[in-house]
Ligand binder design. Structure first.
Ligand SMILES: *Cc1c(COP(=O)(O)O)cnc(C)c1O
Length: 391
């Protein structure tokens, strides 16, 4: 048995939760099974919820040994007591929102949060009697001023994944805790390597694991991290009853992806910083929204709550027509036009956003820097700008 007592994070990430070497296999097996059987009926009555979703395993909708390895590793990364994997990021996010709201509740959400998260409040949550207010979130007051006596949820996304705006996690968490309001954050952008919201007092951390955690554009998955006590409630209700379990095969693929998380994220970070710094100097670029640039307007907050930036950012081109924006993205050769991010491949999307502070809206290009050489990515942006008559 190796001794991991004093091991550092990257060592733990490789070894933790892999104590049971089945037949000496260096890669844990996929427990491709729907159920687990017992010798005696009495044994079966041991609760499924003793360790939320962990052994004793009964049924793979609630817990599976392959998923359990993954969940223990991600809990470690997020410095959380418990983690649960879901069949998508939205499944994890909707489970967190259902957990935090009741009929008559009010939710406060960041106005630039991932659009389907906002749509969840507009549609499903609304249908079940949950009201909401969207807030800018860049000042603590903008969040606190929206809180009402019936507010039970403050939903953050810091940095947000279109405009890369931050919220002060420590201040919001302290305020919410005093009033018994549940705080949830979508931490997909930062990854658990660069931001650990639970350490700052946030109650529930969600990730779209389809992005960095898996990192190979071949799995749709989500995770939720929280305290053991809260996870017991979430496993009994949202996990068991909504039933959006991650099947063991994608969990196993994620275990493979997770082994290189640090290497990949560091490379995405370095490349995006180089590409964003180049873009900032181009005459056809008005503004670059990137957490990794010294010019980010919330620099002090970035430094106080994050340890780095990653591969995703956006910029406002000087050409503000849909045709020009589409033509620019269409002229790119290495950056493919597509949603999502977090894999090996660079991506670009033309966007029109209407945040609360600029309701008239404006055009953006969101870029995701994959694992290509940054010089090639810069050349690609340069040739596309010239192809559309700028640059
Ligand atoms: C992709 C994404 C999600 C949703 O995750 P899925 O795995 O696609 O369901 C949530 N939040 C952010 C910031 C995302 O980029």
């Amino acid at each position: 048995m190796r001794d991991l007592a004093n091991a550092r994070l990257d060592t733990l990430l490789q070894h933790v939760a892999e104590e049971d070497r089945t037949l000496g296999a260096v890669v844990p097996p996929i427990f491709q099974t729907s159920l687990f059987v017992f010798d005696k009926p009495e044994d079966m009555r041991t609760t499924m919820f003793e360790r939320p979703g962990g052994p004793p395993f009964h049924y793979s909708r609630v817990g599976n040994p392959t998923n359990d390895i993954l969940e223990r590793k991600i809990a470690l990364l997020e410095k959380a007591e418990a983690c649960k994997a879901f069949s998508s990021g939205m499944a994890a996010i909707s489970a967190a929102i259902f957990h935090a709201c009741r009929a008559g509740s009010h939710a406060v959400m960041i106005d630039t949060a991932y659009p389907p998260s906002r749509m969840f409040l507009n549609t499903l949550a609304q249908r079940y009697g949950v009201s909401h207010t969207y807030v800018d979130g860049r000042t603590v007051e903008s969040i606190l001023d929206a809180v009402r006596p019936e507010t039970t949820l403050i939903y953050l996304e810091s940095p947000s994944s279109f405009l890369f705006r931050l919220q002060d996690l420590r201040a919001v968490a302290a305020f919410a805790r005093e009033r018994g309001i549940t705080t949830v954050i979508d931490n997909t952008y930062a990854s658990p390597l660069y931001q650990n919201p639970i350490e700052m007092g946030i109650d529930i951390v969600c990730h779209s694991a389809s992005k960095y955690l898996n990192g190979h554009s071949d799995v749709v998955a989500g995770v939720l991290c929280t305290s053991r006590e809260r996870m017991e409630a979430i496993v009994r209700e949202e996990v068991a009853l909504l039933g959006a379990a991650l099947p063991p095969f994608p969990a196993w693929l994620m275990l493979r992806g997770l082994r290189t998380l640090r290497l990949r994220v560091k490379q995405h970070e370095a490349t995006a910083n180089e590409v964003a710094a180049w873009l900032e100097r181009q005459p056809w670029v008005q503004n670059v929204n990137h957490v990794g640039l010294p010019s980010h307007p919330q620099r002090a907050l970035v430094e106080s709550q994050m340890r780095g930036s990653t591969g995703l950012f956006s910029f406002e081109p000087t050409f503000q027509t849909q045709e020009a924006n589409d033509a620019f993205v269409g002229a790119l050769r290495l950056f493919r036009c597509g949603v999502s991010w977090g894999g090996h491949e660079s991506l670009a999307v033309p966007l029109f956003v209407t945040p609360l502070d600029r309701p008239e809206g404006f055009r953006l290009v969101r870029l995701y820097c994959g694992l290509e050489d940054p010089a090639d990515l810069i050349e690609d942006l340069d040739q596309a700008s010239r192809a559309v008559g700028h640059g």
